[in-house]
Design a protein around this ligand. Sequence first.
Ligand SMILES: [Zn+2]
Length: 378
Amino acid sequence: MAKIAMVIIDGMPNSKVDDISSYYPKGEPTKLFESSYYGWLTTTPQGLEPDTLNCVPTLLGVPKEQIPQGRAYCESLAVGISCAPSDLLLRCNPVRLRNGAIASANANGLSEEQYLSVSAAMQGYSSDFEMHHLQSYKNILILKGLASELPRVKTYPPHQNVGNNFESILPEGGPAGAMLASFATHSRKILSDALGDDIALMPWGQSAPCSLPSFYSIYGISASAVAGTEIVAGICEMMDMNLVYSDGFTGDTDTHLYEKALAAAGALEYTDFALMHINGADEAAHRLDQFEKAAFIQKIFDEAVMPLSKMLEPGSCLMVCSDHATDPISGSHKPYPQPFLLHRIGSSEHECLGEIKGTDSVWLLRSAAEGRLHSKAK
Ligand SMILES: [Zn+2]
């Protein structure tokens, strides 16, 4: 079978995209679009939040029922944090407050050193909690032995609650909810004293150790993933995909894009499918910087997508898509159907395939690579 590659540009659209023809950056990316199949993918399973945890497994063909609840376990796997099957894991962001409301969902503007000091300041808070620092503003919080409380705990992702009152989005539900609310409230006092700014830690994304179907069990082909951001690396690890990692893959706009393209092309020498995930556009949108986001998307095409399309052999197929929209005005994710292009290297067929289920994305790529796109897509 010809090789297939999927590029997921995290949070690429700002809003709903009705006209795909003017959606891609001008020049070569638009030319690529004009010689590709295209359409929209429904990537957010009904009733779930539009976020990477739900949308990336959907694009990889995981049924809604098997998507993990909460992202923290996937992320902890990616960075090798060990935990017991009985542990409850959460993501924990520092948030900046203004007049009691969330002004920044990731305490934008703190240095890497300050992000580290946020994590360090809470280390000795209580023996019930274990705090692990990931990249930048990201931390994992572990509540030992409380996995059974998972169904009762309710949290509010800070990036979905910018402008809302801190007190109104504290975790809740059962003893674990109460412990987390108390942790968040105390962190505000501790961190504000330490940093001279109104900063608090907000736990969210609760999860417990779980499993995902392997990529091979779904498609019967081998797969690699080129990803730096922990959530995606963890999902791919759980799906038994061969993970290609480099220190240059930062999960943000300073990532090494060309190196990712080389890694994806290299991975296709020994696996049938390669995923290249690029996260920075979503991060720029969370920083409410629409200019940084647009410039980075241009750079993604210049330094990763177009080079990868030139490295692939004729007959190979490349899909460029996104998991969800991220609005750089509000900083929040949106569940709209995601535009995609599907290019068969060496071909210039240009046709709209309409709206397609996200779980059919890899099947669509396979159909294109096997030259039977029409029978599957229509
Ligand atoms: Zn995001």
